[in-house]
Design a protein around this ligand. Structure first.
Ligand SMILES: Cc1ncc(COP(=O)(O)O)c(C=O)c1O
Length: 343
C-alpha cells in the first residue's frame, strides 16, 4: 500500500467475506457477489467501523475522552461511533437536527444501550447547518465544562482521516477478487457522505486495481454534492500525496435511483429487500443497502448492467434501520399476512 496511517483495531477479523449469491445470479443473469462489511464485529457492524479505526487513533493521539458526531436521528454512523467509544472507554454524544420519532427503536435504542447521549434539536426552520453548528458548540461546551476533551467527527466519518478505511478496504477487496478469479468485476456501493465511495475510488486507482467502481446515490445529488466530491478528492490527494488525479466526470455515481429523498419508505426498495432476504437469506436496510439493491435491479432491467457481468455488492450494514418506526409501519402493512393468530 502506497500510503499508510496508524489505526486502532475495530474489525478484529479480516477480511470480511465476499460470497457468491447463486440464486440471485441465476435469476438475474449476472454473476452477483456480496462483500459483507455488515459483519464487522462491534455495535451491530457496518461500513463506519473501517473509517473509525483511523479516526479513533487520531482521537486518542489528541487526548480525546469524548467523541462527538452528527447525523440523522437514526444515524448508523452515530451508532457505530458509540460502539467505538464504548470499546475504547470514551464517552459519545450524537447530535441530530431531527424530531423525536415518538419511540426509542432502531439505532436510537442501540445508541442508548451503548451509553451514548443522543441530542435531538427540534428543527426551528433556520438553515440546518446553522442549527447544527449552534447545537454542536453548546453541547461541546457542556462536555468541556465537565472536563472532557471532545473530538468532533463529521457526518459519516467522511474526512481525510476516515477515508483511509475504504482505501484499505479497496486493497482488501482487490486481493480477495484476485483469489476468487473475479478481478474484472465492478464493486457497487451506496453514496451518502461519500467517504466509502471516495476511499474505494482512491484505493483502486492509486493501487492500480483492475476492479471497476459504481456508486449509487442514496439521496438527491445536487450542486453541493457535485462540488463536494471533487473538493473532498483534492483534500485526500493532498493529504496523502496521491499520484492520481480526477474531476467530477471520473466519479461514476448513478444519481437516478435515489427515490426522491433520504431515508424515505419506498415500495420498490422494500421489494428489493424481500428479494434479497427470500433468495439469499441476507438482510438489507431500507435507507442504504435496500435502495442500492433496488437501483441494481433497475440497472439490470435497463441494460446498464449487462448480462453475465460480475458485480460485487458492498453490504455496508444499516440493518437496525428496519426497526425504525416510519419504515416498520410500512413493512407491517405488507407483512401482516405472515402472522397466523390462533384462538
Ligand atoms: C448502512 C450505510 N450504507 C452506506 C452509507 C454511505 O456511506 P458514506 O456515508 O460513506 O457515503 C452509510 C452512511 O451513513 C450507511 O450507514
Amino acid at each position: 500500500m502506497l500510503v499508510k496511517k496508524e489505526k486502532v483495531s475495530l474489525l478484529d477479523f479480516n477480511p470480511t467475506p465476499i460470497n457468491y449469491l447463486p440464486s440471485l445470479s441465476k435469476e438475474l443473469g449476472v454473476e452477483l457477489f456480496i462483500k459483507r462489511d455488515d459483519l464487522t464485529l462491534y455495535g451491530a457492524g457496518g461500513n463506519k467501523m473501517r473509517k473509525l479505526e483511523y479516526i479513533l487513533y487520531d482521537a486518542i493521539q489528541k487526548g480525546a475522552t469524548t467523541l462527538l458526531t452528527v447525523g440523522g436521528a437514526q444515524t448508523n454512523h452515530g451508532r457505530q461511533t458509540a460502539a467505538a467509544a464504548a470499546k475504547y472507554g470514551m464517552k459519545c454524544v450524537i447530535i441530530c437536527v431531527d424530531e423525536y420519532p415518538g419511540e426509542i427503536s432502531g439505532n436510537i435504542l442501540l445508541d442508548g444501550i451503548l451509553n451514548a447521549e443522543v441530542v435531538l434539536k427540534k428543527n426551528d426552520g433556520r438553515a440546518q447547518s446553522v442549527q447544527l453548528a449552534e447545537t454542536i458548540a453548546n453541547v461541546k461546551a457542556r462536555y468541556e465544562d465537565l472536563g472532557e476533551i471532545v473530538y468532533e467527527i463529521p457526518l459519516g466519518g467522511s474526512d481525510v482521516v476516515g477515508v483511509m478505511g475504504y482505501y484499505e478496504g479497496a486493497v482488501e477487496i482487490t486481493a480477495q477478487a484476485k483469489r476468487l478469479g473475479i478481478e474484472d468485476a465492478t464493486v457497487i456501493t451506496g453514496v451518502g457522505s461519500m467517504g466509502t465511495y471516495l476511499g474505494l475510488y482512491c484505493g483502486f486507482k492509486n493501487e492500480g486495481s483492475p476492479l471497476g467502481l459504481t456508486g449509487i446515490a442514496i439521496l438527491p445529488f445536487a450542486d453541493y454534492q457535485d462540488k463536494r466530491i471533487v473538493e473532498y478528492f483534492q483534500q485526500v490527494k493532498q493529504e496523502y500525496n496521491l499520484s492520481i488525479d480526477a474531476s467530477r466526470k471520473d466519479f461514476n455515481i448513478e444519481t437516478s435511483y435515489t427515490r426522491g429523498a433520504y431515508n424515505n419508505p419506498d415500495f420498490n426498495v422494500r421489494q428489493a429487500i424481500y428479494r434479497m432476504a427470500r433468495s439469499e437469506a441476507i438482510l438489507l436496510d431500507p435507507c442504504y443497502t435496500g435502495k442500492v439493491f433496488a437501483g441494481v435491479l433497475d440497472m439490470i432491467g435497463e441494460g446498464k448492467i449487462r448480462k453475465g457481468e460480475k458485480i460485487i455488492l458492498l453490504h455496508t450494514g444499516g440493518m437496525p434501520g428496519l426497526y425504525t418506526k416510519h419504515h416498520r409501519l410500512e413493512f407491517e402493512k405488507e407483512l401482516i399476512d405472515h402472522i397466523t393468530i390462533l384462538e
